[in-house]
Design a protein around this ligand. Sequence first.
Ligand SMILES: Cc1ncc(COP(=O)(O)O)c(C=O)c1O
Length: 427
Amino acid sequence: MNLDRKTFLRRLGVGAVGLAAGASTRGEQRAAAAAWPVYSERDPEPYWSAIRAQYLLTPGFAYLNTGGLGPAAGPVLDVFEKTSRRLQEKSETGHGLFAEARKVLARFLGAEPAEISFVRNATEGNGLIAAGLALKAGDEVIFDDHAHPGGAFPWINQGKQRGVVVRMFEPSVVDAAGNLARIAALITPRTRVVQVSHVTAPTGIVLPVVEIAKLCRERGIWFHIDGAQSAGMFPFSLREIGCDSYATSGHKWIGGPHETGVLFIRREKLEQVAPAMVGAYSSDQADLSMAMTFVAGTQRHEYGTRNAAAVVALAAAAETQERIGRERIAARGRAMVARVRAGIAALPEVEILTPANPELSAAMIAFRTPRIAYDKLFGRLLGEHRLRCRPVSEQKLDAVRVSLHLCNGLDECDRLVAAMTAILKKT
Ligand SMILES: Cc1ncc(COP(=O)(O)O)c(C=O)c1O
């Protein structure tokens, strides 16, 4: 039996969206829906506190590392657990639940359902593009040298396996046009692919993806975005950006369960990416003829038995963000970063590496001080102040990165500034 997601969730007794998603009876659903906080422009803090209260994070422990791994809210975990249990009752795969989840993630990313494939993480999505494009020895790929290993290693591996040549540019914190120019300067007649981190992992720079997409289109170059840090941090539309492919993690800013991710391939470009791994569900052919044909859409990159509960819960997390408001979430992240920035900037000998320009940054901020090594600073923030940041060792940046999202509050921004003040006083 292959239930669709709506029927399944109805039988499960959970609402499809947000807070109601974890309720198991109609009464609980009604109560959960009624409990959804009301947003007041004049006094938004009670709203944000109610959202934050859904997370399981240990009280007093400030988790400032959504960019590393985003916590999932309790109702999302409830959907995950209940879906798992319900599937186990009849030992079903839940494959019929994917179609509805695909619609949700397509809407969330500004794409069509046929352009969406569920993968395990952003790394897998990046790897499928790197392995699937028809590249030969000497073909060139350009990417940013702030790329995470999950974005860089798939290409470096293609260098080892197929002789693809890697060229890197350093993203500028000063102006978006500067980043475009740096990419343009590396393009040669052998350039086949440009990849950028939508938001760079070490310092949270937002790269000008619309302009890069245009440049690539004009030059006939494939444009792939490593969006591990963007989906769920701020809203955008992949169709409007105009990239050829995009990969993201579900377990960071969207707040889905661990080991969830999405790969987008633009409909018109689908056939240019050879599936690196195939199996049942990549093709709906029942016989084993050599003329195996793939299912229509990016979905062909899914194969074999999957964790349907994780995909359903990822969709519930995305729907919850839609209910809160994607712009509202982005504005909240920027406001918290601005609060940290103002406090940190007033401290002596602290350098902020993330650009202040709101077009070039969003919900992450990285900073360093010559007074204390980045790993020691990270350790002291955690050990002495219970503030979990992320050490930044990449490119000898020697900084600490802070991510601010729905699980955080203004009090934690102030705690961070107070902790930095105390640490610098004692150092
Ligand atoms: C830009 C970027 N790409 C890829 C990754 C890897 O993500 P995942 O482990 O979910 O594949 C990260 C993780 O922080 C990242 O920041």
